[in-house]
Design a protein around this ligand. Structure first.
Ligand code: NI
Length: 199
């Protein structure tokens, strides 16, 4: 297993749509294992393959109450219901957070690493939020697209947990923007500083 380098905004790969996985291979299993290791190292609750440089539809999620990471190949949200405001951050936007609108209830469908289909249901939880966040990544969408109207990002001192809340393990992985960089600048660069995929 190996730690992978996390791509940060405004890396264009974050704004591109990932390709569907045709056949699940040993390379995909290795990538998924490395993604899990990288997510844990950075105290994140989720990671999508484009965040580590692969435009393939693979994401991993592990919230603090899950014993094992969930690997999702070709995941899709098949049902969502309701709306809520939650705080969110992203490993690709270290040092910042924002308030976003997410669904209350989410059902996702995906394949596991043996290409076996499964469904996940989540309601009002960090898992529901992380599923939407990671599947967005695979569509080239960042959480800044879901900011509550008239709000921006705000700087946080520690932690860079992907998905949301409660990552604080005391590590500071802030490789991001320098001093005087407002959250809005990062958001603006992220959204408009690169060409976006048409999809
Ligand atoms: Ni993210």
């Amino acid at each position: 297993m190996a730690l992978l380098k996390i791509r940060l905004v405004p890396d264009p790969i974050l704004f591109r749509k990932a390709r569907k996985v045709g056949k699940v291979t040993a390379q995909h299993r290795r990538l998924a294992a490395d993604m899990v290791e990288t997510m844990i190292e950075h105290s994140g609750v989720g990671l999508a393959a484009n965040q580590v440089g692969y435009l393939e539809r693979i994401a991993v999620v592990q919230t603090p109450d899950m014993e094992e990471a969930l690997v999702l190949v070709n995941p899709e949200i098949v049902r969502k219901e309701g709306q809520r405001e939650v705080e969110e951050g992203c490993l690709s936007v270290p040092g910042y957070r924002g308030m976003v609108l997410r669904s209350e209830k989410v059902r996702a469908r995906a394949l596991d690493l043996n290409a076996k289909p499964f469904k996940v249901d989540a309601e009002g939880s960090l898992l529901a939020q992380a599923l939407e966040h990671e599947i967005d990544h695979l569509n080239g969408i960042m959480y800044m697209d879901h900011l509550v109207a008239h709000t921006g990002l705000y700087k946080v001192e520690e932690g860079d947990g992907d998905g949301a809340g409660g990552d604080g393990d005391g590590h500071n992985h802030n490789h991001g923007g320098g001093k005087g960089d407002s959250g809005f600048d990062v958001w603006h660069r992220g959204l408009h500083g690169v060409e976006r995929d048409g999809g």
